[in-house]
Design a protein around this ligand. Structure first.
Ligand code: ADP
Ligand code: MG
Ligand code: MG
Length: 437
């Protein structure tokens, strides 16, 4: 059994509504950022140079392909996005925007159902609060993949194709992925093939001229990544893994996500968008800018491009490190630095100016609620816990720029004991939960 909370947590309704109504504007911002390859390159150059084997390779591959096939805006792109928030002084603040391998859409649907069952079965009352609807989450994710699939078929005059789920070797979170795979087949009759990057290298090829991607001779409409976000995904047969990514990205198939989306989801980009003029570069609507900025937490650059404010924050982090989180350009949980570790890392590097691959973020202190957490199907404990709300939203923009999908899909709540710094479920820190409003 997946790590789970026994019962839902209460959540302020206005804040939940704010988070879900920001789904489409956040996606649109992401799409615009991802389409501005020059800005992405400028912003990520420092991190890429300090982290050449991962961020550096992603960026250089992105730029190599951009030179060959033109800007991202000329290609179809699909995002299954999860924007994560924590409450801070009763309002939501964004932790991060996940643009690759956003997980737990499948299991979250099930946890909401389990909680709904317990509420009815034991006649539980949360002072009249109710669970928001979350039944459509998995169907909505499947639907967005299907829209991209259908668009691919019609644009390329192809009758049938498979969707590739790009997975990790020895993936432990398969049940979540299987729920999506099953929904694609039962709702839409679309078949999924699961492959690692290394297998794709051997089994897939793109036609030199048409750039049509095939897997063992079968057409591929969409490549949906549940891998490719961590260095370890490329470590086995490194050249083959990167080559597979290149073949896919260069092909006509729809990438979920494109390299542009993946890079636009980095913590460095999040931090640069928070700067004066950051969001404004990509968004004209003043009300939308205000709503997006309202959920930004304090973010500061580290490394060469530090401004006066960044330096001030870094100096403060040396004195009060418990007020900050230091983050590298990584996904999947378990990589951040907290408290004393921040100081040590800065000292070890010989100063904040040498930490280009990191950013500094204000540490949020969400309210505590009691929770009983289950792990491995047994009660792990009961105690004060904090939660992180994830808002799922899909975006699909066709090659001619039509926004065919851009909607809120559903939510995920992750709950962990207070005092646990990191937050991933798969990485063993948090549990899956649901909310009552
Ligand atoms: P990842 O992409 O690896 O999930 P996150 O930015 O989500 O990276 O950080 C991992 C976890 O660390 C989060 O789930 C959250 O629990 C905790 N965390 C991240 N940023 C903050 C913050 N500003 N304040 C408090 N906790 C944070
Ligand atoms: Mg992440
Ligand atoms: Mg996260």
């Amino acid at each position: 059994m997946a790590p789970a909370s026994l019962l839902p947590q209460t959540y302020p309704k206005t804040q939940f509504e704010k988070a879900s109504s920001l789904a489409a504007p956040m996606n649109r911002l992401l799409d615009r950022v991802a389409s501005d390859g020059d800005w992405l390159t400028k912003v990520l150059e420092g991190s890429a140079a300090s982290d050449p084997d991962f961020t550096g390779r992603l960026l250089s591959l992105h730029n190599k392909i951009r030179k060959k096939t033109g800007p991202q805006s000329s290609k179809a792109r699909l995002g299954v996005i999860r924007s994560d928030y924590m409450l801070s002084n009763s309002v939501i603040k964004q932790i991060e925007l996940n643009t690759i391998a956003s997980s737990f859409g499948g299991l979250s649907t099930r946890i909401s159902k389990m909680h709904a069952y317990l509420i009815r079965r034991f006649d539980l009352d949360f002072e009249g609060r109710r669970q928001p609807e979350n039944d459509k989450l998995i169907d909505s994710l499947a639907e967005s993949l299907f829209v991209a699939h259908e668009d691919y078929l019609s644009k390329n005059g192809i009758e049938s194709a498979v969707i590739i789920f790009v997975v990790q070797e020895g993936e432990s979170n398969t049940s979540d992925q299987n729920i999506l795979e099953a929904a694609l087949y039962s709702n839409h009759g679309v078949r999924v093939e699961r492959r690692t990057l290394q297998q794709i290298f051997s089994e897939a090829k793109a036609d030199d001229y048409s750039k049509i991607l095939t897997l063992n001779g079968e057409d591929v409409s969409v490549c949906y990544f549940r891998s490719g976000y961590a260095p370890k995904d490329y470590e086995v047969e490194t050249d083959k893994a990167w080559k597979a990514r290149e073949t896919m990205e260069e092909s006509r198939s729809v990438m979920c996500p494109t390299l542009g989306y993946q890079l636009a989801g980095t913590k460095k980009v999040q931090q640069e968008l928070e700067r004066d003029g950051g969001v404004e570069r990509f968004c004209e609507d003043e009300e939308e800018i205000r709503r997006i900025r309202e959920v930004f937490a304090g973010l500061w650059a580290l490394g060469e491009g530090m401004t006066k404010e960044d330096k001030k924050a870094a100096a403060e982090a040396m004195v009060s490190p418990e007020k900050f989180v230091m983050k590298p350009q990584r996904e999947g949980g378990g990589y951040n630095f907290y408290g004393q570790q921040i100081k040590e890392k800065m000292e070890e590097a010989g100063g904040a100016e040498n930490l280009d691959e990191f950013i500094l973020m204000e540490r949020l202190e969400p309210p505590k609620q009691d929770a009983t957490l289950l792990r491995g199907g047994r009660v792990e404990g009961r105690g004060p816990s904090i939660s992180e709300l994830g808002i799922f939203a899909c975006i699909y923009v066709s090659e001619d720029g039509e926004e065919m999908v851009n909607d809120y899909s559903g939510y995920l709540l992750r709950t962990k004991f207070d005092g646990v710094d990191e937050g991933g479920v798969a990485s063993g820190f948090a549990t899956l939960s649901s909310i009552v409003l």
